[in-house]
Write a protein that binds this ligand. Structure first.
Ligand code: NAG
Length: 472
């Protein structure tokens, strides 16, 4: 299970603390591709709560990003109040009434983090809860029939996508002719090479086997949890991730305690890097001590609700911040109740306390939940700390249709958007014709009635309608 070839590297490095220090300092991560876009904003740039600079796409889109679209509408939230809780990114939005796309230049092929920010605000012209749209990235379907009505008022979706060319295309397609899509902000950031490894351990009731080639699937981040610690905001994460507390996910708790560590986390070559998880994740943990142990096979279990029918990548983060000496902590790790690491011995892997390590597992999504458990092993000592865990991440993996949202392919959605249903089109055109006639009559009457009548929402609809009728 544990890769033995990394052990000599660790002992070699432990003889050279100065070199290690040098490696740590010089390894601060700067992404090659780093596109931050504040959609619908005419301000040249906006600084968010984490001191990041997002460029407005209405006037000052950088050369490395292109927006190709007909009928997009930048919209500003006039009611927007700058409270501490709402990022200034969310007072503007871009509306897509036709299929539209952003193209991001990619200098470094490989995994990229893509974050989409959706904030459903109230606007007099558009009810964002009426939005219904698809979002595609290159050949992957990220969101299928995404609806403003069912989304939370603020949703930030995070994906990890492998980009094999010099650009990444992010497309927004309204579900039907009269629907629209929207987005408030977009982040495209090249990921460090060690963020997603190509192999992992596939776990089910038959046991554990190594699988390869996983880095080319698309991933959606479902859960990212700092076990036993406080919420970590993007400000304290070198990839601007958010880590929530584990409070809502802890299922069974046989007298666990939180552990906190004030010393330095020893990131080492071959172990987890600071980009895999920041100090604030590794300097807190939940531990079970032997004195509180019962007879249960599993001491501590976390549960995460999931949609069945996909594979999931489960990443478990460990850093022994609780043992008094090396060689005193041994425990088992279970995913979905199946033994995933027997007798995990962090001391032998890292040859040091407070040195981070992580293990990746792939499981089939079944029964609507993924569980992670840690428990007593045959090597567990009868005193001291018995088991420990610092963090958990759960990523959904794209299915055989290259989709993260249903058994639909990006191709079939593109085809649908292009072709359309012709008999439906005839009906729509007829209805539009009637509307035009009605609105012309109405307008004449209104104008005759009073010159001072405000008719602000009408012009948009009229131009849209007359466009269609000339098409006829
Ligand atoms: C960043 O982490 C430090 C140390 O844990 C903490 O004191 C600080 O409040 C955090 N800052 C933010 C913005 O979360």
């Amino acid at each position: 299970m544990v890769n033995s070839s990394i052990i000599p590297a660790f002992s070699f490095l432990s003889l050279l603390p100065l070199l290690l220090l040098f490696l740590e300092v010089s390894s601060s991560f700067t992404p090659t591709d780093h596109h931050l876009i504040n959609c619908g904003s005419s301000a040249p740039s906006t600084i968010d709560a984490d001191h990041r600079k997002f460029f407005g796409d209405e006037s000052s889109l950088p050369h490395s990003v292109r927006l190709s679209a007909s009928q997009t509408i930048p919209l500003t939230d006039l009611e927007f109040k700058l409270s501490g809780d709402v990022s200034p990114l969310y007072n503007s939005v871009r509306i897509f009434r036709k299929p539209s796309k952003y193209t991001f230049r990619v200098k470094e092929k490989g995994a990229h983090l893509v974050r989409l920010h959706f904030h459903r605000f109230d606007s007099s012209n558009f009810d964002l809860s009426d939005a219904q749209f698809h979002v595609l990235a290159d050949g992957y379907l990220l969101l299928n029939e995404f609806s403003g009505l069912t989304m939370k008022s603020l949703e930030i979706r995070e994906y990890i996508l492998w980009v094999d060319s010099d650009k990444l295309e992010l497309s927004f397609k309204p579900l039907k002719k009269f629907n629209f899509g929207f987005v408030n902000a977009i982040e495209v950031i090249s990921a460090p090479r060690d963020l997603i490894l190509d192999s992992a351990q596939f776990v089910d009731s038959n046991g554990v086997i190594k699988i390869d080639g996983i880095s080319r699937s698309a991933f959606e981040t479902m859960f990212r949890v700092n076990v036993g610690g406080a919420k970590v905001t993007p400000f304290n994460d070198s990839l601007w991730r958010t880590w929530t507390t584990d409070d809502g996910y802890l299922e069974s708790d046989h007298g666990s305690k939180e552990a906190h560590f004030g010393g330095k986390i020893k990131y080492q070559l071959g172990g987890a890097s600071r980009e895999v998880a920041p100090d604030n994740v590794y300097n807190s943990a939940r531990v079970v001590s032997a004195s509180s142990s019962g007879v249960a096979k599993e001491y501590l279990t976390w549960g995460f609700p999931i949609v069945d029918g996909y594979k999931y990548l489960v990443r478990t983060h460990f850093c022994d911040i609780a043992s008094p000496v090396l060689g005193s902590l041994y425990f088992n790790v279970y995913v979905n109740g199946d033994m995933s690491i027997e007798n995990l011995d962090l001391s032998t892997i890292t040859n040091s306390l407070a040195s981070p390590y992580y293990a990746d597992f792939v499981v089939n999504g079944e029964n609507g939940v993924i569980t992670v458990s840690i428990g007593h092993s045959k090597g567990s000592s009868s005193s001291g700390v018995d088991a420990l865990l610092n963090g958990i991440e759960v990523f959904k993996m794209s299915n055989s249709m290259n989709s993260l949202d249903g058994m639909v392919s990006a191709k079939s959605i593109l085809r649908r958007c292009r072709g359309g249903n012709s008999s439906f089109l005839v009906l729509v055109v007829a209805a539009v014709g009637l509307l035009v006639a009605a609105s012309v009559v109405l307008r004449k009457r209104l104008m005759a009635a009073s010159d001072s009548v405000a008719w602000s929402p009408l012009p948009v609809d009229i131009s849209e309608v007359s466009l269609k009728s000339t098409y006829l």
